[in-house]
Design a protein around this ligand. Sequence first.
Ligand code: SF4
Length: 323
Amino acid sequence: MEVVPISQFSRPIIVISKCLGFAACRYDGQIVSSPFVESMKPFVEFIDTCPECEIGLGVPREPIIIVLDGEKRLVQPASGLDLTEQMIEFAHSYLEELADFDGFILKSKSPSCGIGTTKVFSDVNAYFDSDEWFSRNENGFFADAIFEEFWHLPIVDEFGMSDTMIRDHFLTRIFTLASFRDFWNSKSIDSLLEFHTRNKLLFMAYNKELMTIMGNIVANHGGLKVDDVYEQYLQFLLELLSSPARSSSTINAMMHAFGYFSRNLSARDKFLFLNKLQAYREDSSVLFELRELLRSRVEQFKIEYLYSQTLFSPYPSEISDSF
Ligand code: SF4
C-alpha cells in the first residue's frame, strides 16, 4: 500500500495562537518559530488569532500578567489597567462565532493562551518588586474560555507538541475528526458505515468497547434520522478519542491485522514482527516503525480490507517525518 496521498486526508481546521509562526505579535514584537506548525501547514487549515491584539493592545506592548488576589485577574502592571472583563468577553464572543473546526494549538506560558503553564502573581507589587510568582500552572484567560466551551476537542501547546506521543495523539484526533466532518457532509448512513469501517482497527486500539457501541449506532436499528445517527455517533467518537490509545490495546489491534497475513510470512519475518511488537511494549516511540512495518506488509500481500485502515496511517506521515 502506498502512503495515502495528501489529497486523501481530510483537512483539519485548527485555531492557533497567531504568534506561533503567523505574525510577530508577542508583547516584545517577536514571533515564535515552531517546526511542528510549519510541517502541518500543507495539510491543515489554520485560523490564527492573537487575543491580546484583539482587545486592542498594540505590538510591542507592556506585558500583562495574571494576579490571584482573591480572584483571578488579568492586569497590565505598567499602565494599571485591569483587562479581565475585556479578555473574557472577547474570548467567548470569538469562540461563539467560529464555525467548524477540529482543535486548538496554543502558545504556552502566556497569560492569555497558556495551558496550565502560566505564571501567577499574588499581586502587582510582587511582579514589580521581584518578579516573584507563586505558581506556574495556571491557564491563560483565552485558554480558560476554550476549556469551558470546547473541553471535548483536542487542545495542545508547543510543549505538548514536542512530546512524540502527545503529538501523535493530537494529530490522530484532528485528522479523524476532520474526516468525520467530511463524511457527515455526505448525509448518508452508508458514508458513516464507510468511516467506521476504515477506522475500525484504530478505534479498536483506542477503545474496543466504544468501538462496538459505535458499530451498533451505525447499524441504526432504531431507524433514526441521518443527522441524529451522526450526532449520537459523534458523542462516542469524541469520548473514544479523549484519551490516548494504550499500548496493550494498540498491540491487540496490530495483532488482529497481523492475523490477516501471518500465514504468508516466513518464520524469520514473523519473528521480526513479533520482536518489533515487543520493542513497542517497552518503548512507545517504536509505534511509528511498527506502523511502517505493518503498512509494508499490507502492501506486499494486497489485503483489501487493510488497505484503507487508518491504524497504519492516521495522519500524513510527512508531518511526523519532519521530526
Ligand atoms: S500568546 Fe496569544 S496573546 Fe500572546 S502573542 Fe501569542 S497569540 Fe497573542
